[in-house]
Structure formats: structure tokens, C-alpha cells
Design a protein around this ligand. Structure first.
Ligand code: FES
Length: 146
């Protein structure tokens, strides 16, 4: 193999590899990372979550919101490329590329392609808050037995 052929094949392999990585990164944005990983996250007593506040749970990359009516849980993973969101006074903001979501998890400005996923919340028999990241619910659905 002469040098020119070697360089040509190497360039083709690098270009193909780059294309595969780019395609995988693009399609990954359509699947929330937390979904399907672990069923039923136990978070402890509901009193641990301040009222009218989004509490960030770093271990599970989600926010838990508690008000006087109940508890809700939303992913903290941006639907663009998976950065961890930050809670703001009006909702959530992504520090990576600037996507903004309102407090219902709806996209206000991109590049995020879709709204945030909300997860089913229940309580265990011993009163602990349980979150099921494999089961998504509507943004306004909350567990009301707080
Ligand atoms: S990863 Fe959040 S806007 Fe890009």
C-alpha cells in the first residue's frame, strides 16, 4: 500500500467514525437518560422537601417540587444534549446552550427539542416518597397524599 492510499483510507475511517458519533449524539436527545435506568427511587419523607420549591436531587438528576397540594418530580436533564438543568425563579435553564423551560417543563426557548419529562410519584407503605422514572405523567399530575 502506498502512502497516498493509506492516508486516503485513514481519512475515510476518521470521517465515518465522526459521522457515527454525531448521529448517535443527535438521536440520544430523544430519549431521557433517566428513563428505564432504575425503577422506584426512594427519597425519604415528604417533609424533607421545602414547600413551593424545586429541590434538586443530584444522585438521580431530577427536581422534586412540593406544594400544599402534593409532590411532583421532573427530570433535571436537558432534552437537547443532556446537560444538567438549573432551577430559576421562573422554571429551568440549561447552562450549556441556553435552553429555557417554564415551571411546567415546557420549552420556552431552544435549542431543546421537547419539553421535560415528569415522573410518577407515590408513597411507600412506610411513608417514603417513591419516584418511578420509568413512568412519565402529565406536568400537572401530582401525588396528593402528602
Ligand atoms: S444541552 Fe441544554 S441546551 Fe444544549
Amino acid at each position: 500500500m502506498i502512502r497516498r492510499q493509506f492516508l486516503h483510507k485513514t481519512a475515510l475511517i476518521l470521517a465515518a467514525s465522526t459521522g457515527v458519533v454525531a448521529a448517535l449524539s443527535y438521536f440520544r436527545q430523544f430519549f431521557p437518560r433517566i428513563a428505564g435506568k432504575k425503577r422506584r427511587i426512594t427519597l425519604g419523607d415528604s417533609a424533607r422537601f421545602p414547600v413551593d420549591t424545586f429541590t434538586y436531587i443530584d444522585e438521580h438528576k431530577l427536581f422534586v417540587y412540593r406544594d400544599h397540594e402534593g409532590i411532583r418530580a421532573v427530570t433535571a436533564i436537558c432534552t437537547h444534549l443532556g446537560c444538567t438543568l438549573e432551577s430559576t425563579t421562573d422554571g429551568f435553564e440549561c447552562p450549556c446552550h441556553g435552553s429555557c423551560y417554564n415551571s411546567q417543563g415546557e420549552v420556552l426557548s431552544g435549542p431543546a427539542p421537547r419539553d421535560l419529562s415528569w415522573f410518577s410519584v407515590n408513597k411507600s407503605s412506610d411513608g417514603k416518597v417513591l419516584i418511578d422514572p420509568g413512568k412519565t405523567v402529565a406536568a400537572d399530575e401530582k401525588f396528593t397524599n402528602t
